[in-house]
Design a protein around this ligand. Sequence first.
Ligand SMILES: Cc1cc2nc3c(=O)[nH]c(=O)nc-3n(C[C@H](O)[C@H](O)[C@H](O)COP(=O)(O)OP(=O)(O)OC[C@H]3O[C@@H](n4cnc5c(N)ncnc54)[C@H](O)[C@@H]3O)c2cc1C
Length: 232
Amino acid sequence: MQKSIEKLEQMLGSGRIKSDEPLANHTIRKQGGNAEYYVEIEKLDELIRIVKTAREEHLPICLIGAATWIEIPEEGIEGIVIKNNCRRFDVISMRGKIKDQKIGVDNAYVYAESGTNVNQLVRFTVGEGLGGLEYQLGLPGTVGGAILTNARYTPKSIYFVDAIEKIRILNKTGELQDVQADYFASLPLDASSEEIILSATFYLHPQDKKILWKRGQEAVEYRSKVAKQPNL
Ligand SMILES: Cc1cc2nc3c(=O)[nH]c(=O)nc-3n(C[C@H](O)[C@H](O)[C@H](O)COP(=O)(O)OP(=O)(O)OC[C@H]3O[C@@H](n4cnc5c(N)ncnc54)[C@H](O)[C@@H]3O)c2cc1C
């Protein structure tokens, strides 16, 4: 295993990979044992390279977002734990019609890397007056984690993926692939280290900001009353 780690270090630069790292230092729930090896990744191209190389080296990978859902075992995790800090997001395009000499926006596409904090993304979209993600306000975790765990606002059965147009993944065979929003809903949850979620494109609609914030607040109040639960 040491040789595989040296290969990864050559690629990333020395000092990036830590050994015997306590995962409680990197997770909201502050539980569990140590990672045999641990690295934080901020760029998608680096995430792709490290996953491909680790796979070639048969080094076990555990990819985590904010680790609000995953249970870190007390005995720790073998192989390399990759903390996904790829957090870029923005509006990428808008569609609309010209009416009465004004341009009206019918919908907007927002792109987010998979390590984006969901709350930050929701606040941004609501602040822009774009509806579709407002009931995910207060959902802890990252875009990748929310897709993989099929996160939802239970009282209204509104799923995080309902607002997604497409998801870009690094698939099992190492190719980039665009899949539909419900792709992960049909996969077992432990498929996470085989299919790496890289980014998602959201399809949102202009709406009154006051209404969006009100809906978001409703969801925040609900979430503050319940604890972490896979079946929320
Ligand atoms: C206080 C609290 C409230 C919550 N409320 C809700 C709620 O209302 N609704 C709900 O559905 N859930 C809820 N949850 C559960 C949790 O917040 C969600 O499941 C969240 O979306 C997980 O995101 P994460 O980044 O923390 O994932 P993690 O815990 O880091 O990872 C979860 C799984 O996804 C995999 N994974 C992470 N990123 C990727 C990626 N990029 N590619 C492939 N696999 C990946 C991991 O390997 C792991 O198997 C709540 C949790 C807490 C603590």
